[in-house]
Design a protein around this ligand. Sequence first.
Ligand code: PLP
Length: 420
Amino acid sequence: MTRGSVWHPFTQHALQPETIEISAGEGAWLTSSSGARILDLISSWWVVTHGHRHPRIVQAIKDQTDRLDQVIFAGFTHRPAEELSRRLLDRLGGVFAHVFFSDSGSTAVEVALKMALGFWRNQGEKRTRIIALEYAYHGDTIGTMSTGARGVFNASYAPLLFDVVRLPFPAKGTEDATLSALRDACRDGGAAALIIEPLLLGAGGMLAYAPDVLREMQTICWESGALLIADEVMTGFGRTGTFTACEQAGVRPDIMCLAKGLTGGSMPLAVTVCAKAIFDAHYSTDRTKTFFHSSSYTANPIACAAAVANLDVWDEEPVQERIDAISEWQESFIAEFAGDSRFTNARVRGTISAVDMVVEDQGYLSGVGPKLYDFFIARGLLIRPLGNTIYLMPPYCITHEELAGAHAAIRDGVGMVGSQ
Ligand SMILES: *Cc1c(COP(=O)(O)O)cnc(C)c1O
């Protein structure tokens, strides 16, 4: 146990005084300083895709540190960024034309929102309305909190948040309400963009919706001219079963944000990719039309080299086969929850499974969350429920046996917590 000067994220230190010091990671496993082994079933907050310290990515980082550590990215460029940009656009099937770098999912979304607003203003059009989904999560900066769901996470900052049009979540059977709210929001031509998490809302509670709703939302955007921004920060890099969730739904957004899995979970890096028209609206000899955004470490060469190595892994290893296998295992394990009255809403989207524990106090602050977390940690499993929603988002090197053990632990944990 360490208790020091560090202020940890999303942590109530008064209730959670202990933090576990991790000294090593390998594949799907973490090792604590006291020698405990912990199976990482949430990919260390959704970032680690192939496992910790994939040899190829580690080697690329080592090699890059011998050549170039960091360089200003305005007026200068470097091989890792150029190669990453080219190969990523290829991977995304030629839908996008340009890549803008930043360092986190939140900044990638901020960049997307700024691109959308700049796109309209540079063309002299008064379109400023942003449309977002109920239960959305897009990050923790002021702009991304504004587009995300309002609640306990951001109540203190409400005075700083801008208004968006909020669409009801397209739960099964209620999709029409979502679509007609979107039509209403687009009707007067004032909508700048719709921002969505495609197919699966992550931090909002692993809420899945159907691909055809997403396609229908795209059609409404196209008809009204509003831009479509896909926040694939979590869903990207195979999480929902395909490289991107949009690809699976046959959707081609104008702007896409990628971050968590971009370097395989080794280095902080993000990109906002966009269609040619977005770039072109900023391309001008008039300097006021410049895209005014940067962060100090934009396109850090070491992080870019890690991301290139990650794409090598995708190209040369059977990553899709691993994802397909995990998806099948998840489907078979989650089916066992169906007849169990302690659970509801068992669901799978690609490599991710989730189930809700039946409780009276639902939501993120549900009292069962921390109890379950402690139970899992005592079993050597890193599973961090979102309130009463228990989900597994394993790295792609997880084995059938490890995943089976995690599902068994969920049943045991809920049995234990439920009987208290
Ligand atoms: C995690 C997440 C973000 C924010 O990414 P950070 O790197 O934590 O800033 C944005 N959007 C979605 C959908 C996310 O899951």
